[in-house]
Design a protein around this ligand. Structure first.
Ligand code: XMP
Length: 325
């Protein structure tokens, strides 16, 4: 619509004026905020923007491909795709404490991003997808946000990069960011995605993180999300993906006995988690249809060798949290 078109025109002009002919780097995570920020800044300054996409090995299935197809394939943006999974998984070996795992992932992210930023010696600006609620939450300054959330959010980069901050979404609420994303040509499926935590599958694999676990979890999770997207509630006409605020699979590092054909199996257990919430501070477990749960569990057990049991999490927040770690 015209309001959004005017907004884009204005925002583009503001970014051009701010940045001039200098170079900008941005940490692209595939999440809504960084994606919309990247699309907007790219619209304004094209190749003066370089996005850095760090794959920590704990992303969802095909995430890297999706991000590259979108930003390089369709928008023709400059994106440096770093596969740092060996480094991250190596550093996580032997660690099973949830907060320590978050710290390690956050620390490695900063290290990898910083090393890349150093190579782009012409960059004078660091762009971030900070939105209005982030600014408010931290009492008004972005630098404070970085310290409050550094343990929590992989995006918290230190000031030591010595770059000027470019935060074009600072005045927008989440729904406005989404509208802006669509107006900039990002696909609605990307812009209306459920939130995904910075530490990714790292906090959805209980205890020690192993590549084998991440691989199994990714496949199970992709099946769950696919079925949620493909199943409509007849009353509302909406998909179950739309009717839930967040949904994912959790990997439990325990084995249970099963039977397949004439044989006994002894394989891993996963839990499905799906919640409905307006603010993520409290949340109800979603009353998914039994037929949907049945289909998802059947597919996971049949298609993902190594998992032989699926449970559904019926805990609300509080006292349970949305994530299991
Ligand atoms: P909980 O599990 O605390 O989660 O009920 C509330 C919301 O926050 C997300 N979450 C995180 N996001 N880094 C993030 O970027 C984290 O370490 C983290 N931990 C939880 C969670 O996915 C949910 O949306």
């Amino acid at each position: 619509d015209w309001v959004m078109k005017d907004y884009i025109t204005e925002a583009v002009a503001r970014i051009r004026e701010q940045v001039g002919d200098e170079e900008v780097i941005l940490g692209l995570s595939g999440g809504v905020d960084s994606s919309v920020a990247a699309a907007l800044i790219h619209r304004a300054i094209g190749d003066q923007l370089t996005c850095v996409f760090v794959d920590h090995g704990l992303l969802r299935q095909n995430e890297g491909q999706l991000v590259m197809d979108m930003f390089v394939g369709r928008l023709h943006a400059k994106v440096i795709h770093i596969d740092a999974s060996d480094q991250f998984l190596g550093q996580l070996t032997g660690e099973s404490d949830p907060e320590q795992k978050r710290k390690i992932i956050g620390r490695e992210f900063v290290e990898v991003f910083q090393a890349e930023a150093k190579k782009l010696s012409n960059a004078k600006w660091l762009a971030q997808g900070t939105i209005y609620p982030d600014v408010v939450e931290s009492g008004g300054t972005a630098s404070k946000k970085a310290t409050i959330k550094s343990h929590h959010n992989v995006g918290g980069l230190p000031k030591t990069l010595g770059l000027k901050l470019l935060e074009p979404l600072r005045e927008l609420f989440k729904d406005e960011v989404r509208e802006l994303g669509v107006a900039l040509g990002l696909p609605p499926e990307m812009v209306y995605r459920h939130p995904f935590p910075g530490p990714g599958l790292g906090v959805r694999i209980l205890g020690e993180v192993k590549r084998e676990y991440a691989d199994l979890l990714r496949r199970a999770d992709a099946i769950f999300i696919e079925e949620l997207r493909n199943t409509r509630d007849t009353a509302s006409g909406k998909t179950w993906y739309e009717l839930t605020s967040q949904a994912f699979v959790v990997f439990l590092p325990v084995k249970s006995v099963g039977v397949m054909g004439d044989g006994r199996t002894y394989d891993y257990v996963v839990a499905l988690r799906a919640v409905q919430t307006s603010d993520f501070m409290t949340a109800d477990w979603a009353e998914l249809p039994y037929s949907l749960l049945k289909k998802v569990s059947g597919r996971i057990i049949n298609e993902v060798r190594g998992i032989n049991r699926v449970a559904y999490d019926v805990s609300s927040k509080p006292p349970a949290t949305i994530e299991w770690e």
